[in-house]
Design a protein around this ligand. Structure first.
Ligand code: ADE
Length: 354
């Protein structure tokens, strides 16, 4: 699908002029370095700008350069990521920092093709970093850009190849980074999924869907993988000193490397499951289990319900991946959001029990 040269020129002029006037002041736009562009783009994967801002600011204070990040302890890195989700992004960023530091110049590769060789940097992120940090005229197609292009060219379900082709034809040689950011920002603020603001859109006079009256139908829904519901039982074991028994999850897979109160997937009888978990970790239980309110959390493919039980306990195997932690020590560990809520409920219930 080719776009007439005149149209390309009009679209570029209109959107870049709009961006020059209306670009948001975002912390990663203040002083751009390959490092800050990289971190912001990794954080912005599947995550809203408003959510990312405070994480980005804290991260840059904690790890101001790629070599400081490379030297950091993985636990510190995961802690700084706590709550952002998709934790493999943080572990990949840590690995990438170590790889970049070992490069001859200790600098990032400056082309999209070479950036893609690094962990956690795919098609979109390599395009964003190469265009924004290094001025390479390559596209960066995220969900927002997909929506903008589907509407602009009135396409119901464009393939990745078609989108890349269109996006490549549109990127200007002279301002590729600004252009890519302008497209993303248009998708985030104007060409929104619902109630798009076509009246204030700089591209509406060239927009196929606007002309055809199909804006609300473009793009059509993407077929999503199935989401399954799953129940979990969490054992919140506390010793007489009020410490918590926690374990570390395997490095790979869901919430890899994060800490938690021992948790297993089960919708069976709570007391029996709790007994099994205790046995697995060498915990001796004193007294009965008290239930805490259920906690729900939606992952991409799992709608999880946690049933937490608090029990007084002793024993428990102390290893690199399990052991007792005081409240303060717990606060320094990277914990999944659902576990933070479970632990907060356990603390509140202890405070209220006689
Ligand atoms: N979403 C992802 N990257 C972005 C950027 N650089 N600016 C605005 N929104 C974005």
């Amino acid at each position: 699908m080719s776009i007439p040269t005149q149209t390309v020129r009009r679209l570029r002029d209109a959107l870049l002029t709009h961006f020059d006037r209306h670009a948001r002041h975002l912390p990663w736009r203040r002083r751009r370095t390959p490092y800050s562009v990289w971190i912001s783009e990794i954080m912005l994967q599947q995550t809203r700008v408003e959510t990312v801002i405070p994480y980005f600011e804290r991260w840059m204070r904690a790890f101001p350069s790629v070599s400081i990040l490379a030297d950091a302890d993985e636990r510190e890195v995961l802690k700084a990521w706590e709550g952002l989700g998709y934790y493999s992004r943080a572990r990949n960023a840590h690995r990438t920092a170590k790889i970049v530091r070992e490069r001859p110049s200790a600098r990032f590769p400056d082309s999209a093709a070479r950036l893609r060789e690094l962990p956690g940097i795919g098609e979109y992120t390599s395009g964003a970093i190469a265009s924004i940090a290094f001025g390479e005229p390559v596209p960066a197609v995220d969900g927002n850009v997909r929506r903008v292009l589907s509407r602009l060219f009135d396409l119901e379900r464009p393939s990745g190849g078609t989108l890349r082709e269109l996006a490549t034809a549109l990127v200007p040689e002279d301002r590729p980074g600004d252009w890519n950011e302008a497209l993303m920002e248009l998708g985030a603020l104007v060409c929104t999924p619902r109630n798009p603001r076509c009246v204030s859109c700089p591209l509406s006079s060239d927009c196929g869907a606007f002309e055809a009256g199909t804006v609300s139908e473009r793009p059509g829904p993407r077929s999503r993988g199935k989401v399954r519901a799953a129940s979990f039982v969490s054992l919140v074991a506390r010793d007489p000193a009020g410490r918590f028994f926690v374990t570390r999850r395997p490095a790979e897979g869901l919430l890899g490397g994060l800490w938690e109160c021992p948790t297993v997937e089960s919708d069976g009888d709570g007391a029996r499951v709790v007994g099994g978990i205790a046995e697995d970790h060498g915990l001796r239980l004193a007294g009965g289990a008290r239930t805490l309110p259920e906690v729900r959390h939606a992952f991409t493919h799992i709608r999880a319900t946690y049933r937490p039980f608090v029990v007084d306990a002793s024993g428990g195997s102390e290893t690199e991946d399990s052991g007792w932690r005081t409240s303060e020590e717990l606060d320094a560990l990277p914990l999944p959001v659902a576990q933070q809520r479970i632990i907060a409920a356990a603390r509140a219930s202890a405070a209220h029990s006689p």
